[in-house]
Design a protein around this ligand. Sequence first.
Ligand SMILES: *[C@@H]1O[C@H](CO)[C@@H](O)[C@H](O)[C@H]1NC(C)=O
Ligand SMILES: *[C@@H]1O[C@H](CO)[C@@H](O)[C@H](O)[C@H]1NC(C)=O
Ligand SMILES: *[C@@H]1O[C@H](CO)[C@@H](O)[C@H](O)[C@H]1NC(C)=O
Ligand SMILES: *[C@@H]1O[C@H](CO)[C@@H](O)[C@H](O)[C@H]1NC(C)=O
Ligand SMILES: *[C@@H]1O[C@H](CO)[C@@H](O)[C@H](O)[C@H]1NC(C)=O
Ligand SMILES: *[C@@H]1O[C@H](CO)[C@@H](O)[C@H](O)[C@H]1NC(C)=O
Ligand SMILES: *[C@@H]1O[C@H](CO)[C@@H](O)[C@H](O)[C@H]1NC(C)=O
Ligand SMILES: *[C@@H]1O[C@H](CO)[C@@H](O)[C@H](O)[C@H]1NC(C)=O
Ligand SMILES: *[C@@H]1O[C@H](CO)[C@@H](O)[C@H](O)[C@H]1NC(C)=O
Length: 756
Amino acid sequence: MSKLSAFLILFLGLVSASRCPSSFSIPRSDAVDHVNALIGNGGDTPNGSGGMIPSTAPPFAMTRWVAQTHENYVSVTPYNHTAKAIHGFQGTHQPAIWMGESGQVVVVPGTGQQIKSRFDERGLVFSNATEVITPSYYCVDLQVGNGEVILAEQSATSRVGHLRFTFPPKAPPYVLLEATRPTALTSIPTNITYPLGSVAIDPARREITGTNSERQDWIITPTSTATSAGHFRGYFCARFDTAFAAWGVAQNGSVRAGADAGMGSLLSGYARFAEGTRAVSVRVGVSFISVDQARRNLDAEIPDGVQLEETARRTRTAWAEKLDRVTLEGATEEDKEVFYTAFFHSLQYPYEQDEGGHYYSGYDNTVHKGVSYTGYSIWDTFRAEWAWLILFAPERVPGMITSMLQDYKEGGWLPMWKNIVGTHADSLIAEAVIKGVDGFDMGLAWEAAYKDGTIPPDNDWNTSYSDREENVGYEVRAGLSSVYAEKGWVADDVHSESASRTLDYAYDDYALYRLADALGKSADVVNALRGRAMSAPFTLFNNATGFMEARNASGAWAGADAGWTEGDKWAYSFDVVHDVPALVRHRGGNASFVRSLDDHFDGGHNDHSNEPSHHIPYLYALAGAASKTQERVREIAKANYNNTPTGLSGNEDCGQMSAWYMFSALGFYPVNPVSGEYVVGSPFFDRITLNLPGQAKPLTITAEGAASARYVRALTVNGQAVVWPILRHEQIAAGGDVRFEMSDIPETWGGVTESL
Ligand SMILES: *[C@@H]1O[C@H](CO)[C@@H](O)[C@H](O)[C@H]1NC(C)=O
Ligand SMILES: *[C@@H]1O[C@H](CO)[C@@H](O)[C@H](O)[C@H]1NC(C)=O
Ligand SMILES: *[C@@H]1O[C@H](CO)[C@@H](O)[C@H](O)[C@H]1NC(C)=O
Ligand SMILES: *[C@@H]1O[C@H](CO)[C@@H](O)[C@H](O)[C@H]1NC(C)=O
Ligand SMILES: *[C@@H]1O[C@H](CO)[C@@H](O)[C@H](O)[C@H]1NC(C)=O
Ligand SMILES: *[C@@H]1O[C@H](CO)[C@@H](O)[C@H](O)[C@H]1NC(C)=O
Ligand SMILES: *[C@@H]1O[C@H](CO)[C@@H](O)[C@H](O)[C@H]1NC(C)=O
Ligand SMILES: *[C@@H]1O[C@H](CO)[C@@H](O)[C@H](O)[C@H]1NC(C)=O
Ligand SMILES: *[C@@H]1O[C@H](CO)[C@@H](O)[C@H](O)[C@H]1NC(C)=O
């Protein structure tokens, strides 16, 4: 610490004595203490960082709470660590930076005679030196002038936020609940008031309740979906522990003192407290069903009388129950922060959407019985995040699949991450079945997945289904009917992103083939799916250039840069994870394939900040050059992950960036998720012990000296030598003893292909 910063901290300390505790660490958990929730909140462009926020909530929480520095929209997060002021505490449903917000509520403390409700006037300056940021407890000093501060503390359960504000002695304190805000929408359906919301104040119950119809998909396609989920609302019920001295409604800066209800946009309800009131606690139940349900959520999760410390302790316990399942030996403090923060991120998605055994469905605009999850980001998470959840949250996987099947029943299709290609829900289901997960309707799962592979979307012959195209049907396998089902490729002159679609559909067909096989479907069905999965990718292989390329319906090559989704010909030419031997053959055999991988990496074409590159370093090992996988994986981990706000090179994408890191740290990665196999890389630490849920014995991964020796000389599983760089799910899922012998020079273990 420089003398100057020591002086500044001392100076700030004098001006506004911080009363936040130095940490919140009950119960003890070394793993949770290493979560650094600022990792991924940086970057030069909003999409250039992880897009993550230091939120407070338990794993898979329906609503996450965060100090609000910005009004969040697509590409803007509600918290930015470089900001100088906090404008409230937001219960957010924004799943990732490139999606919008929906049904949010903001709690704002203030002091003084004038109620400051508008975002631009209510910000209170804070110093990040006073912040305590943990997964279960957040605290900050907010400066209100004259050296006085409001101490703001935040915790939460899945559906209820818990805030406590300690006000300075003399200022008349108030707290407002913001239901609706201005909107970034440019085209609003003329017959709909947007955003619409309401507030109501009940001083006898010490409650402020409200509704908010803001919905992220209106921002993408306001007109086409304006009626489909018309009953969508975020509802809240905020109950205070302190009697109201006065109350009112504020709308766009004008205050109606004494009003007990209001409707419209830019709307807040507030309560004032008797002068001299020091601490005010408020619990905010959130719901997608009704205000009554929000109240029930509040009473169920944080009943009257529960103190904030107790909420924070319970939520920390929930994190510790998961994160303490992994212990790292031989990891630095930075390594531990990167690993446990990755673990923290990976267990936020998909998130709960059911309340009291019911959930609101946007597909049919009604409330149903059952469990529900949302925020799958399947195009990203089918790669490794799902495999991580199968290992660490197996108790939730059947519910997550059941929720996808409900989407199918209510909307006609399994969910996709709707503005991106492929029907990778097929892969999630197949992987779960192949790894032995049950507890969901297997017959319905097959029906839904098989429909993806066999039924094209509406007007498939004359609709491009381009990125975020408005007023079109549900995209699913756009191009299935145009050429794919016959000749094997999606035609570039008919459909957007045709080359990526072709390769993704082929993989999804492979997932369907494996599922059909596992479920004992007829040989005709199994063989047809298998045939298409294996032949389709190579219809794009241009023998003349050695790369995958998009093609028109006529068969003509459409150009090397045409038809890609968030990637290019370099990454996608390695995108046949389900048939790497055939890919290797097409690219001239092992030695030539290894050379093409070297060209890819040495030429700067690997883009780890986006998912199409994630499996590529592991392909060396499948062509007899395991030591090169080991080298590349270590380099990628070092270059793309660290423990600072810019510590994720790319978007977190609902856990996939982190899942790559964690599997790589263990020493293996699910290149072809539905195969049930992992490709071996290079474990990062001396020893990792994993207590997988439901397993009698731990999985111990030993790799003495791994920090400096990145190459593998030998590998055993439960004493048996492993000679190929492959581990099967059964070899690790029930615990056991995985031992790597590490070396500081490249070894021939796992294959002997030379690249020269
Ligand atoms: C935070 O703000 C800085 C400065 O305006 C900006 O460069 C950065 O992209 C922002 N980060 C996020 C995640 O929005
Ligand atoms: C990321 O944002 C920058 C500028 O904000 C933009 O130029 C770039 O195209 C964006 N990248 C993606 C992949 O959206
Ligand atoms: C904390 O604030 C200081 C001063 O504004 C800034 O230099 C520093 O980068 C901030 N720290 C983080 C982690 O954002
Ligand atoms: C708004 O207008 C659209 C198109 O004219 C119509 O289908 C829809 O029912 C209207 N919505 C409401 C809420 O009146
Ligand atoms: C809110 O008030 C501002 C300034 O008083 C005004 O410019 C703006 O149009 C108002 N917004 C709405 C939605 O009424
Ligand atoms: C596509 O074809 C369908 C059925 O022939 C027709 O109803 C629809 O208007 C067409 N759409 C476009 C964009 O041409
Ligand atoms: C592919 O189709 C597009 C759109 O019809 C056309 O402009 C292009 O010339 C075609 N390419 C070839 C090589 O035929
Ligand atoms: C590439 O060459 C192989 C073997 O010579 C051949 O079978 C295949 O049809 C060719 N692919 C294309 C797209 O021309
Ligand atoms: C290529 O490497 C793989 C993985 O080591 C091996 O199984 C395969 O036999 C090799 N192929 C040839 C032709 O040597």
